[in-house]
Design a protein around this ligand. Structure first.
Ligand code: ADP
Ligand code: MG
Length: 682
């Protein structure tokens, strides 16, 4: 009997070679294998007759091979196998590309089931490259078939056969990490049934049961882990920070903090003075002024004789924070430095030496701050900006650089409550629910591309008044062949420069440029040396150029609402009326309705909820980018009710058994999940 840590190569029917292929998917152990869940399912239960095939629709059809397949060699690298299949209602022409081995597998007079998209017309039905198997095998047809995420050299069939073997090997030993009474109380099926049916569902109902059970399990373990993190933190004692006269800092600011900003600062300062490590999320819509809250906290920390670090997700942003804050804080005696991936090795060594010698008080940078050699002398506060780009693990890694430093997480993404509960279940939350005074709402309009001449004229007028302009093009998706954002951006910029604005200064920036180049372009834009900046969404997060007053988004339908909101947040940061122009030729009602939301509200929370409702959390965060340990089945947008149930169950369990002594399998699995995410409990 295998245990779940068994290397897949020792599982009957898998062996060295297949194990190696599976390794490419990071499937190493039996647990990895049976936890490789389908991305979706295809309902191939219904087997049709040829006459009932609908052109354009995928379906299964059972038909007899009417002749021996023919093979023709078209040219080098292109062989065709052709077959005519019939049933009592008609005939089907089947063509396979480069699968000449099928010639010997398909015999005249035998009946096969084909699954594929039907083509042709009522008189001649065709299928190209269908899935095929002998009638009665019911492996790839005639049932609900899982569709797995794949990689080169691992086909659907190999995966599902391997998983079959894996499930056979552990059918009897699958430990149930859910305590029995919780399982019963919440009407959840057993682990064995769940794993069997998530992969090989007998019926749609069985699949639902399996999914519900596994999603519950994930959310339950996740909640336990977060509760544990929080408790561990609350047990830690640190030296309380002393009160500091913040007047000096406030007087140095060019403006008064808003009341909401002040409240957030006070909450954070109180945390740091409490004798327990702070673990706070500061959430505020774009433009609400989170940077100054961070600066106030850093100042407070440094005046307590400790170092502060601020980690931003991009180099552009890190530099901008540095350039904004250093001139403010240096005169107040806070020694600032910038550390990013584009520092030379020597500069990095030098910075690291000064950090560990305590000669730097406030270090700003990218994730270079948490990589290898960086040591702090007395790290007291870690601030991460635009948190959703970092995983729980990275947050923990930076915190691990010191002896229980305080942590402050700044998030611009207004996260719907259900999601915040999951993502930040271990954090305290402050909300900046107020924009700095004098901001005017960004006028947003939705037009089609026939408006281009008028838009260009409008841009020219505003540039004439001294304003600057962003034009964003969508990243060409990777799946589209030959897609290249570079090209979209550079070509459009060249066209604008040559044909539309020969007398204006047009620049471009995209994600594939080297960080130094990107920085140079952004700095030039910030210094008003450029009038029009054409860009991909690399400018989406955080960048602050108050003089920019127009945001034009081409092909706006390609963006999520939250993303558009972030983009729009790049303008309207100064004293001028600002504009956001969404251009889309997509006339589908759904798209219009979605984009219209932008013209109707400026409230980031409303927009985020709408986005989540319309697109689901995968798009919201980027598929699997949320960095949450162990959430593979649970859908963090749609399983809100299940989340509440799982949280209630976890809390009830912890109330009666805080150390999880009665359920060792649960405790072990939770610890495993959280250590995979590099979150330690100590
Ligand atoms: P966020 O990071 O929350 O999107 P920023 O911190 O970049 O916002 O601030 C946006 C702009 O508002 C910056 O130009 C900043 O200098 C300015 N700002 C911040 N707080 C105030 C305030 N209280 N009064 C006026 N302007 C402010
Ligand atoms: Mg910001």
């Amino acid at each position: 009997m295998a245990d779940l840590k068994t290397d897949v190569r020792y599982i009957k029917g898998i062996g060295e070679q297949r194990a190696k292929a599976l390794g490419k998917l990071d499937i190493h152990t039996l647990r990895d294998l049976i936890s490789w869940f389908p991305r979706r399912y295809e309902d191939r239960t219904e087997v049709r007759r040829i006459a009932d095939l609908v052109p354009g629709e995928a379906a299964c059809v059972a038909a007899m091979a009417a002749s021996t397949p023919t093979v023709s060699h078209v040219r080098k690298g292109l062989d065709l196998v052709k077959l005519r299949a019939v049933d009592e209602t008609g005939a089907l022409d089947v063509t396979f590309f480069n699968q000449s081995w099928l010639k010997n597998n398909l015999r005249a007079g035998e009946t096969y089931v084909f699954y594929g998209r039907a083509e042709g017309n009522l008189l001649r039905r065709r299928m190209t490259n269908p899935v095929v198997e002998p009638e009665g095998r019911r492996e790839a047809t005639g049932r609900i078939v899982p569709v797995y995420p794949l990689t080169a050299g691992v086909s659907q069939l190999i995966l599902s056969r391997s998983i079959r073997q894996g499930l056979n090997a552990c059918a009897d030993i699958l430990p149930d990490v859910l305590p029995d009474e919780i399982r019963r109380e919440h009407q959840l099926c057993r682990a064995g049934y769940a794993y069997e049916n998530i992969h090989f569902p007998e019926t749609a109902e069985a699949l639902d049961l399996a999914r519900r059970r596994l999603a519950f399990e994930e959310l339950f373990l996740f909640t336990l882990g977060l509760r544990r993190l929080r408790r561990r933190r609350e047990e830690v004692e640190v030296e309380p920070f002393r009160p500091v006269d913040m007047g000096e800092f406030y007087n140095a600011l060019p403006f008064n903090l808003t009341e909401a900003q002040r409240r957030c600062v006070e909450e954070a300062l109180a945390d740091m003075a409490s004798g327990r490590p702070m673990n706070r999320l500061c959430q505020g819509d774009v433009g609400s002024g989170k940077t100054m809250v961070a600066a106030a906290c850093a100042y407070f920390c440094v005046k307590n004789g400790r170092q502060a670090a601020l980690m931003a997700p991009t180099e552009i942003l890190a530099r901008q924070h540095y350039e904004g804050l250093a001139p403010l804080l240096e005169p107040l005696g806070v020694r600032c430095a910038l550390l990013t991936g584009s520092n030379t090795a020597k500069e990095k060594r030098d910075l690291a030496a000064r950090l560990s010698a305590g000669e730097i008080d406030f270090i700003l940078g990218t994730h270079a701050l948490i990589t290898g050699g960086v040591e702090y002398q007395r790290l007291g506060l870690v601030i991460t900006d635009e948190q959703h780009r970092f995983g729980v693990g990275q947050r923990a890694a930076l915190a691990g650089k010191g002896d229980h430093p305080h942590t402050l997480v700044m998030s611009a993404t207004p996260i719907p409550r259900t999601l915040a509960l999951i993502l930040y279940g271990d954090l305290d939350v402050s909300v900046i629910d107020q924009l700095p005074p004098g901001r005017r709402a960004v006028q947003t309009s939705l037009v089609d591309s026939s408006y281009h001449p008028r838009i260009y004229k409008f841009l020219r007028k505003l540039v004439g008044e001294g304003r600057q302009v962003y034009i964003v093009c969508p990243a060409v998706s990777e799946s589209e062949e030959g897609g290249d954002d570079r090209k979209a951006v550079t070509e459009y910029a060249a066209k604008l420069q040559d044909e539309v604005f020969p007398d204006l200064r047009v620049a471009y920036v995209h994600g594939k440029m080297r960080p130094k180049e990107k920085d140079a372009v952004m700095s030039a834009f910030a210094a008003r040396e450029t009038d029009i900046l054409v860009s991909t969404t690399v400018i989406e997060v955080g960048v602050d150029v108050p003089n920019a007053a127009v945001m034009v988004v081409e092909n706006a339908e390609r963006f999520g609402l939250s993303q558009l909101h972030q983009l729009r947040g790049r303008v309207g940061r100064g004293e001028w009326q600002s504009y956001c122009v969404l251009i889309s030729d997509n006339r589908s009602e759904e798209t219009r309705r979605r984009l219209k939301v932008m013209t109707k509200t400026a409230d980031g929370f409303k927009i985020a909820e709408e986005d989540l409702r319309l697109r689901g959390p995968g798009d919201f965060f980027g598929q699997r980018q949320h960095g949450l340990p162990g959430l593979r089945v649970a859908d963090i947008g749609c399983d809100a009710q299940l989340l509440r149930e799982a949280q209630a169950a976890a809390d009830a369990l912890l109330a009666r058994d805080p150390e999880l002594k009665t359920c060792p399998a649960t405790a072990a699995r939770m610890a495993e999940l959280f250590s995979e995410a590099e979150v330690t409990f100590s």
